[in-house]
Design a protein around this ligand. Structure first.
Ligand code: RET
Length: 222
């Protein structure tokens, strides 16, 4: 079997691990609404399954680009940052702002893998500008809004914020060494990204799942 296929099978199984804890949050009355957290590992598991069967891949300049990966990122990364901002007690406008900056980062990021040479670097720059905007929103207004929240919410918000803020820095680096400078081949990139994707999603869900016990106490006392 093709090693990339094996990597995607492991990725699919990894994402499945995040679904039961996320489903257990549906309908929970804990002061915050976590009804759609399941979509984070759920959409990813489905997209990894498509990648396992090589559905929806295209070839650009010798690079195999799995479109399901970008569909996954475009849908689930706004959920990851949106939930982070929501738990931090950010306003609806700020939640939408972080989700939008994130979504644009992914759309421009797709441009950075489908176009060649100069255009590719322009899209890398645009995507990176959105990433920086996202980080500025997260570490500025979103972090500040958490100060007014109950300690259990604040603790979880800080954990998720740093998790997203630090782990996601690896993605543009992977792009640089892969599609950008072509030092790492497509198989190497597939392994690294699959590892990062499962790490970005499954522990994220688990952190919320684990913190929920303390939320019940907070709302119960109000
Ligand atoms: C790209 C390429 C161009 C520059 C930048 C990028 C950033 C991507 C990020 C992706 C995060 C994905 C996650 C997936 C979870 O499953 C598109 C690689 C800045 C930050 C968290």
């Amino acid at each position: 079997m093709d090693p990339i296929t094996i990597v995607y099978i492991i990725g699919t199984l990894g994402m499945l691990v995040g679904i039961p804890p996320a489903l257990s949050l549906v309908g929970d009355e804990v002061g915050l609404d976590f009804d759609y957290v399941w979509a984070i590992p759920g959409i990813a598991a489905f997209m990894y399954l498509l990648m396992t069967f090589d559905v929806g891949s295209v070839q650009f300049q010798g690079y195999h680009v799995p479109i399901p990966r970008y569909i996954d990122w475009a849908l689930t990364t706004p959920l990851l940052v949106g939930y982070t901002a929501y738990i931090a007690g950010a306003s609806r406008g700020m939640i939408a702002g972080t989700a939008l900056a994130d979504f644009m980062m992914i759309v421009f990021g797709l441009g950075a893998v489908v176009f060649s040479s100069t255009a590719q670097w322009v899209f890398f720059g645009l995507s990176s500008a959105c990433h920086l905007t996202l980080l500025a929103l997260l570490y500025g207004p979103v972090r500040n809004s958490a100060f007014g929240e109950p300690p259990s919410h604040r603790r979880l918000a800080r954990l998720l914020l740093n998790y997203v803020g630090l782990l996601w820095l690896a993605y543009p680096l992977v792009w640089l060494f892969g599609p950008g400078l072509q030092w790492v081949d497509a198989a190497g990139i597939a392994v690294i990204i699959s590892y990062l994707d499962v790490t970005a999603k499954v522990p994220f869900v688990y952190f919320i799942y684990r913190a929920r016990k303390n939320f019940v106490k907070v709302t119960g006392g109000e």
